[in-house]
Design a protein around this ligand. Sequence first.
Ligand code: FES
Ligand code: FES
Length: 164
Amino acid sequence: MTAIAMVVNGREATAEVADRTLLVQFLRDTLHLTGTHVGCDTSQCGACVVHLDGKAVKSCTLLAVQASGAHVTTIEGLAPAGDLHPVQAAFREHHGLQCGFCTPGMIMTAVDMIARHDGALDEKTVRDELEGNLCRCTGYHNIVKAILAAAESTRSAGTPLAAE
Ligand code: FES
Ligand code: FES
């Protein structure tokens, strides 16, 4: 067992974890932040994406001990309670989800993508960058539409979308 400490959604989180504990297991099983999903065991689906020090990562590919000392943001911490982050609002507006299983990972990936490109995204770039996020329901069209709309609103507002 190893003692770990990290800041998750703005709050200090400490625990003793087995060395093999994945970050996603720590988030879901210890902190009960179940908005981060597990959709595969091959690091392909992206349902588990969170932000680690402001960058999108697949939390099933990291050990919890590797995240010790870092700032982690999950879908629950993206916007203040009761509010929607602009990317969440865009997904709702443009019907960017059906069953919703992939949605937290899609949104965390999208927020990072928009921030890295300063909102200057085109359809091809969005589709290329979504390579690591699988959706079994939507056919991606409305997800891409939602991300482009959120990126455009960032550019017109001139404000960064990343929570960190
Ligand atoms: S659960 Fe992490 S990529 Fe599928
Ligand atoms: S909305 Fe169902 S997997 Fe994407």
